[in-house]
Design a protein around this ligand. Sequence first.
Ligand code: ME8
Length: 511
Amino acid sequence: MKSFYITTAIDYVNGSPHLGHAYEKVLTDVIARFRRQRGDRVHFLTGTDEHGQKVQASARRLGIEPQQFADQISGEFRALLTRLNISNDDFIRTTEERHKRVVREVLQGLFDRGEIYQAEYRGFYSTRQEQFLQEKDRLPDGSWPEIFGDVTEITETNYFFKLAAYQEWLITFLNEHEDFIFPRYRQKQVLEFLKEPLNDLCISRPRERLEWGIPLPFDPAYVTYVWFDALINYYSAVADQPGLWPATYHVIGKDILVPPHAVYWPIMLKAAGLALPGGIIVHGWWMTGGTKMSKSTGNALNPLDLVDEFGVDAFRYFLIREMNLGQDSDFTREQFLVRYNSELANSLGNLVNRTLNMTTRFAAGVLPAATISEPLEQELQALWTKTRDESLTLNEGFQFHTALERTMTFLNATNAYIEKRAPWKLGKSTEARDQELLRTSLATMAEALRLAVALMQHVTPATTEKINAVLGYTPGAVWSEELAWGTKLDGAKVAESLVLFPRPAPASKPA
Ligand code: ME8
């Protein structure tokens, strides 16, 4: 079986993790868990991007070695993975020998094939972006945009990669693989970008200017340009594990699609004679007050604190429920609380409470079998079938937010079913038929709950596990077999209660 190999971007260690990093990890984790549930052999890679001028400068400011600085921040990113319950199989650091070795091999290979050449280059250089600029980067008034910081004109001998030679090939490739980039409209943007002629890519930096990088194997007076180093992580991490390359998907944010992931990377692979990934999944940005969130924004509120306050699954749920993959989303605590209260505490939390309370009260804690099937039960079961089938398709198409919305609709319908059956009234009656209806309603609500949380498992894995445990239920090994309405819970002994999503204390006010 071909592996499902999925990667995140590797994060720069020049700042601490923020919401954007957390989202990308959770999103990729949701895809990885979903594919595992579907039976794929998943390999999930994430890691840190540790070379470059900014890391060198930050370390210098602190008076420590770049490696020590990178170790510290990389450790923070690794800790974030544990905190977010991320199921990655590997974590790569670009300062590891296994990575540096493969970068050297790829570079040497390209050099030997004549894909890399030396040339004199005179141009405007942005220290902040660590790149040479082009005339088209200037603002209409001739100045350089703020994002480039200080721009100086320099002449330098450097090494160049023959990017331009592959422009036509890349255009043809994208036209033949319309689904290479998700969402599709992003692929159109790449083709738009490719209407302008490409320049060859400068892939080296003289060591006197940048020491903190991987020396070129064919000229140690230079180190490798950061993108050439960073992109190769996807391959270097699995180069010695047969059957994993090429990646199925790279998950990245929209700011690093063009040109790095959509232009440099496919061309690098093609020139190196390596297979191309199956696709690139491009997410939007978390914004606050109209600007992209980064380590310097959102100081008043660190969204990652919500993990401690409300639990990891509430946080994961919010990110996936709120963001329509590909588009931008505004982050506010208020919106978080709306979803937390109405969807997790009300729709899901109430169903859990009712199921446990009523089973304890009316059936001595043992789930009875359903023996009656009237329109109320039939409608709920029909809604389940529809919810499940649609959700599977939606999840396969990365529409996770809509899949969750459907699951919430199903949970709400289950709560409405309970209102209509009113087991608390049936429990007061000694009529045989009422008793039968009571047992049926308990079995029905418990089964609906079991099914709904199975459908949310890739988003809220710990919650699903907890709910299964209080239902006295151990799921089988094959996830898809868990999704059929049936009698799996008959005779299960439930717990008396479970506090899942407590209401925030009234004293907790927005920061
Ligand atoms: O770009 N919302 O690293 P990085 C959503 N090292 N996503 C965001 C975001 C936000 N507000 N801010 C950042 C790099 N991201 C390179 C990648 S890959 C070979 C090298 C996303 O730490 C961003 O889009 O700046 C990117 O996918 C990831 O976080 C890492 O960003």
